[in-house]
Design a protein around this ligand. Structure first.
Ligand code: NAG
Ligand code: NAG
Ligand code: NAG
Ligand code: NAG
Ligand code: NAG
Ligand code: NAG
Ligand code: NAG
Ligand code: NAG
Length: 512
């Protein structure tokens, strides 16, 4: 579904292409903290080590970041001893490490060389922070001290799931959930099914079809992640790996309908602007208003699909079955068979902890900022009992859907051990701490009625900036970032970057 907000299209691309990278060197925080400056004790050649950071959420991974903290690439290749990026290089051939540490001698040792103007500009800003960097600085995103190995609280599988499908549902918190999955795939270098241009949800309301996927990002193999596809029981399984884990999120039909009605301005669509209370008026005779609209309009707005049983529609049920309780029931039990976990928006934190446990992820993988939230003043908060009854009656399939998956959800929760709620509290604490650190303000966009997150400009520590900026990316932005990342990683850039690198290297040598 297309948003009415044109501002969605942040141009992170341009930033991405022209800013220098930083390097986050995966290493164990403790080791790094123990080590102190030993510069001078070793031969560091002439390389100007401009900036080095440590990223310790996942030990032994190299992460390259640009100035804004956007991740450029993940080092997983053994084939080369160097990895280039737009404006820097990691040289793993050298015994030497960085200027700040000589203690970390695992295979992820690296050195960073860069001296372009962007980097210099950046350093001016960051010089102070750099000079002061020492072990008292929290390299760990302001979170609790990291263990040497991330401690995994009991999870259903022995290893993290990496093949995932998030089914598209609208106005259910799925944007926030999508962001979590994008970040997970991004951080772990997984392959995404990215949609072709101009759609981030694979041409919803069409059922997913593999031809909507941009194959050039796939290198002839099935992707790990498919995010925001409309449910289709045949085409998705045929496209995705067999062991894919299917996720969906739903919410209470009452609040969902309210969100659809105001969020998509259904009153405008149906020409009900002159009513004093279009919401209430619609609910008195919903079918009549809808049919009237469908008769009048030669082409109807796709958002109209959301007006009745919107969630079940997203999950694949055809309109014609809305009055067929048997078909509805059958469809729901089909879904229950195919979808591994249906989350509830009302219990978002519990849902995420459940998800994290099922997937064997870390709690850090599921931190979030709420995206696409409506501002309270754009909500109808005072829904009467009568309205609620009418909404439920009108959205009969959604009510059945919610009833069913509400049960399975709480069954899963009751099967958890007593540490479950401790983990929920921990997640909330992490989210609060990131909010405190990163968020400057929440502002209402008057065009969309949605809350937009404004991050602090200068006061966020680098590590959190990386994370927090990612956490605010909506689908379109994340996809365009991923395209850039993959282009950089895969395309003929390689040759150019290699030359660029050697040019720099040669220049540095000559300068010696
Ligand atoms: C760093 O290297 C020096 C000698 O090269 C050694 O004496 C020192 O113990 C090392 N520091 C650490 C923390 O390993
Ligand atoms: C360096 O590597 C050796 C051998 O792998 C290991 O025993 C030692 O603990 C490492 N030192 C540090 C400081 O990581
Ligand atoms: C690095 O940049 C500075 C400032 O632009 C310049 O003076 C210096 O020569 C450069 N050094 C190398 C090795 O390129
Ligand atoms: C709203 O306007 C339409 C046509 O302009 C009219 O038929 C309808 O009665 C009006 N409704 C109200 C509540 O004024
Ligand atoms: C909510 O609606 C009821 C009935 O229409 C009304 O009595 C009550 O004052 C309303 N509350 C608010 C906060 O608007
Ligand atoms: C969801 O399930 C819980 C636990 O069984 C129950 O208390 C709650 O009323 C249910 N909610 C809805 C909306 O059905
Ligand atoms: C695509 O896959 C082939 C075969 O596995 C591999 O050699 C090649 O490096 C891959 N290309 C990219 C860009 O990953
Ligand atoms: C760098 O220097 C090597 C020889 O030292 C030379 O073969 C190579 O062409 C140079 N590369 C560039 C890009 O200048």
């Amino acid at each position: 579904m297309r948003s009415r907000n044109p501002c969605f299209l942040w141009v992170i691309g341009s930033l991405f292409m022209c800013l220098p990278i930083l390097i986050y060197l995966a290493s164990r925080t403790k080791v790094i903290h123990q080590s102190k400056d030993k510069e001078g004790e070793r031969d560091h050649h002439a390389f100007d080590i401009k900036y080095i950071e440590f990223f310790s959420v996942r030990p032994s991974q190299l992460v390259y970041l640009d100035k804004k903290g956007y991740r450029l690439a993940l080092d997983s290749s053994d084939e080369s001893n160097y990895i280039e990026a737009k404006s820097g290089v990691i040289d793993k051939t050298s015994e030497n490490f960085d200027a700040k540490s000589n203690s970390s001698n695992d295979s992820s040792q690296a050195r960073f060389v860069s001296n372009d103007s962007f980097m210099n500009a950046y350093e001016e800003n960051e010089a102070k922070g750099d000079a002061e960097r020492d072990e008292s600085i929290d390299y760990n995103m302001g979170w609790e001290e990291v263990q040497e190995e991330p401690k995994r609280i009991p999870c259903a599988s022995k290893r993290p799931f990496v093949n995932l499908v998030l089914l598209r549902t609208h106005r259910t918190g799925s944007g926030t959930l999508a962001n979590i999955l994008y970040r997970y795939g991004d951080l772990n270098g997984l392959d995404f099914a990215l949609p072709k241009q101009k759609s981030y949800d694979f041409y919803w309301p069409l059922h997913f079809n593999p031809s909507y996927v941009d194959k050039k990002y796939l290198n002839s193999t099935a992707p790990n992640l498919l995010i925001n596809a409309r449910y289709s029981p045949d085409t998705i399984p045929s496209f995705m790996p067999e062991d894919s884990y299917y996720i969906a999120i739903i919410r209470k039909p009452t609040s969902h309908f309210e969100s659809v009605f105001y969020g998509y301005q259904i009153d405008d669509l149906l020409g009900m602007n002159n009513y004093s209370d279009p919401f209430d008026a619609f609910l008195t005779k919903p079918k009549q208003y809808l049919l009237q609209y469908l008769h009048q309009e030669p082409r109807f707005d796709i958002n109209i699909n959301m007006v009745k049983n919107g969630q079940t529609f997203d999950l694949g049920l055809q309109h014609k079955y809305y009055n067929d309780p048997v078909m509805i029931k059958k469809h729901i039990s089909d879904l229950a068979e195919k979808i591994n976990l249906v989350l509830l928006m009302e219990y978002f934190d519990e849902s995420l902890v459940l998800l994290k446990r099922e997937l064997c992820w870390d709690l850090d993988d599921v931190v979030y900022f709420k995206l696409n939230q409506r501002s309270p003043e754009y909500k109808e908060t005072n829904i009467t009992d009568q309205q609620q009854m009418r909404i439920d009656e009108w959205n009969n399939a959604d009510v059945a859907l919610y009833d069913f998956f509400n049960k399975t959800f709480w069954n899963k929760i009751s099967a958890q051990d007593q540490t479950f709620y401790q983990e929920v509290d921990k997640l909330r604490a992490k989210v609060r701490s990131l909010e405190k650190e990163c968020i400057h303000s929440l502002e209402t966009n008057r065009d969309t009625g949605e809350v937009e997150i404004r991050l602090n400009e200068h006061t966020i520590p680098d590590m959190s900036r990386y994370l927090c900026e990612k956490m605010t990316l909506k689908e379109e932005s994340y996809i365009s970032y991923l395209r850039k990342k993959y282009n950089l990683k895969f395309k003929d850039y390689n040759e150019r970057l290699r030359n660029w690198f050697y040019e720099k290297l040669n220049k540095t040598r000559l300068d010696l």
